[in-house]
Each structure stands twice: as structure tokens, then as C-alpha cells.
Write a protein that binds this ligand. Sequence first.
Ligand code: ATP
Ligand code: MG
Ligand code: MG
Ligand code: MG
Length: 439
Amino acid sequence: MRLSRYFLPVLKETPSEAQIVSHRYMLRAGMIKQASAGIYSWLPMGFKVLRKLENIVHEEQMRAGHIPMLMPTMQSADLWRESGRYDGYGEEMLRVQDRHGRDMLFSPTAEEMFTDVFRSHVKSYKDLPLTLYQIQWKFRDEIRPRFGVMRGREFYMKDGYNFDLTKEDALHAYNRHLVSYLRTYERMGLQAIPMRADSGPIGGDYTHEFLVLAETGESEVFYDSEITELKFGDREIDFDNVAQCQAVMDEFTSRYARTDETHDKALFDQVPEDRRRVARGIEVGQIFYFGTQYSDALGATVQTPEGGSVPVHMGSHGIGVSRLLGAIIEASHDEKGIIWPEGVTPFHCGIVNLKQGDEAADGACDALYKSLVALGLEPLYDDRKERAGGKFATMDLIGLPWRITVGPRGLKNGVVELTCRRTGESEELPPEQAVEKIA
Ligand code: ATP
Ligand code: MG
Ligand code: MG
Ligand code: MG
């Protein structure tokens, strides 16, 4: 992409309404524009990163054997009355009436819709296990929308629902989700720690939230520092292998790690003092096993091998896809701007032409651009007639992992400058070698 033909409305001024760094940088880098409180337009670069995150989530869900589909955002209140949640959900639910006076709502989550699809089509244990999911916009009329996309009212969420014959099978689905989430966050360059969370009135131990440590996080968290040393890495997982998924679950959840809702001081005190950490975190996902709550209420039953009929065991599992943009920036930035992890960067590298209009510089930039594209990479070429300082500031702000700087002086010696955004280190080298390093 040539910057002169792109739409990247960078702001010079720091927007005063933005209290935290990710919100500031997303506005300044022209990624989002607020449409109304907690509701954002996704400008091209923000949209590009959102799509990248969404793709990673899809790939990892499908790898785990989960099946994508799509539910409507506008839902009839009747289904929610059947589950008993219409009245109970409270003010976060946006309720509207259609022209016939029928009650509708903008989906804040979709347990009812998925259970309804399930009960309409699945009748036998032979069709289980089944995990369906979607990535779809949600609406929650948050009392205090803030921090940009981190606590929006309209936000993009992956929500998945497992349907299983037994509790045991459903717990395997729970573990499968934990494993797939660990992979997902690591691919995004994030460490998200599974922490025991509050399962509410249903009780049981079966819910974990995934938290990214950050000072601006809204949750207070307590953990054993050993947990931050765990890496999922590139281990091969067979998602059908119950023991293997259970082993990952045990490994990642055996150390103390809890949010304030479930914090137990006596247990925490058993962690060696030098490993006890109290910090703040951003909730980027949650997994939940809730048994037959919805299948009982909505009559989602299947025939058993013995010929009887039982309600299915279910769980629901969410990832805050749009919130992740904010979380990634909170976890990876400096005073100049964003530092995108390789896996989610909107462009792989920037090309800065120090002297637009100079034949040698223009030619070298074009050639670099072509060779990067030929390797399947996406460069962003700043081909505007701007001062070098302004071009550098823009590149630093938008945080691409690499920058290649091309100028007539270097070209006389056959070199360009390659700069790593994360370390700030630069080296001069021939253009072909710069391309090799990036690829
Ligand atoms: P929170 O505690 O932050 O209000 P939640 O527990 O209500 O989140 P869930 O119902 O668990 O949210 O939804 C799954 C995921 O969706 C959350 O882990 C979070 O990443 C994301 N999410 C929830 N609410 C919002 C929001 N208002 N804006 C952006 N993302 C959100
Ligand atoms: Mg909430
Ligand atoms: Mg929560
Ligand atoms: Mg939650």
C-alpha cells in the first residue's frame, strides 16, 4: 500500500478524552473514530488489525474442531423469556420494539440462540460432541463505556457453545477451549493468564477468565509469579485427546491465579512470599461450563444410547476480539507509539522515502516494494512529499515491526537503513539483505 493512496487520518494532537494509552494511540493512529459513546467506526487500519485478530481466532477455533456460523444481532425477546433471562438481564440489554410492537433486543451474548438452533436440529447422542461458534457484534449498554474499544457498548466478540452428552465430555470441551485460547493469545503476542473466576449463582469451579497484565486493567488479580513463566509454544496438540488437553489444563491452572471475585487470602498466603503478586489485568476472554441450565430451560435434549432422553451439558466461551486491540497496545507500546507484535501487525514493514521525486530513491523504493510483495509481505510505502521527521513520527506511531529508510546518500553506497521498531536498533545494508531480514 502506498500511503499517498491510503486512508490513514493520523492526528497530531493527543485527544483529551482518551485516558489510557491504547485509546490515545488508536485515535491518533487513525484506527477508530468514536461515533457515539462506546460505539466506534473502524477506519481502514483499525479494521485491518481487527480482521487479523478475527482470522487468528477462526484458525484456532477450527483447529480445535469448533464450527463457525453466524447468528443475527437482533433477536426476538420471546426466546429470552423462555430462558428466563429477559427480565433478569437488566439495563445492559438494549431493548427495542419493531413497528408491530414486538419486543426485540440487540444480542449481548447468544446462549439462547445457539441452544434454539441445537434443539431444532439435533436429536441424538450420535450427533455429539458439537461445538458451534460465531464472531459477531454484541451490544451491552455499559453504564460506563470507556477506554475506547476496551469497554465499548458495541463490541466484537467470539462466542462459542459446546453441546455434550455428559458432564465429562463437556469438561473436555472446556479444556479444549482453554488450550485453543492459550494458542490464540500467544499468536497475538500476548500473555493471557487463565485465572479462576466467579461462576456466579450456578456455582462449581468451572470458569476461568484470561487476563492480560496491565496497569490500566479493570480487574484486580492475585497470582503466583511462576505462572508467568509458562509458555504454550509450538507444542502439537490432538484436540480429541482427553488426557492431553487435561494435562495442559492442569499445567496452566494449578498455580494460584485468581481475580478479586474469587480471591482467597488464606490460600494465597500459602504461595511463597517472593512469588506472590498483586496486579491489575484486562479480561480478554472467559470459558464457562454451566451444565444443563439452558438445555433444561429450553428443552434441548438428546436420545441416549439406551433410548432415554437427557438434557445436553453445555458451556459457553468468549473472546473479546475488539477489546484485544486495546489490550495488545496496552501490553506493547512506548512513548512514541504502538509496537505491533509480528502476528497482528497491519503491515509487515514501512518504507520511508527520504527524497520523494529523486530518481534513485523512488526507483529503489519501488524495487523494495515489489520484492517484499513478491514474498507475500505487505509493506506500507510512505511516498508522500513530507519532511523526514514527520514520516518517522508517523511510522513510530503506527508501530510496524520494521522500517526501511531509503535516501540518495545511502544509495550512493548501495545501502538502505533497516530499523527494528521494538529495539530501535538500525543497521545499514544493501536493499536485498534488508528484505531477507524481514522475510
Ligand atoms: P467485563 O467483566 O469486562 O464486563 P464480561 O465478563 O461481562 O466482561 P463476558 O460476558 O465474559 O464479558 O464476554 C466475553 C468477553 O467479551 C470478555 O472476556 C471481554 O473480553 C469481552 N467484552 C465484554 N464486555 C465488553 C465490552 N463492553 N467491550 C469490549 N469487550 C467486552
Ligand atoms: Mg460485563
Ligand atoms: Mg468479567
Ligand atoms: Mg467475563
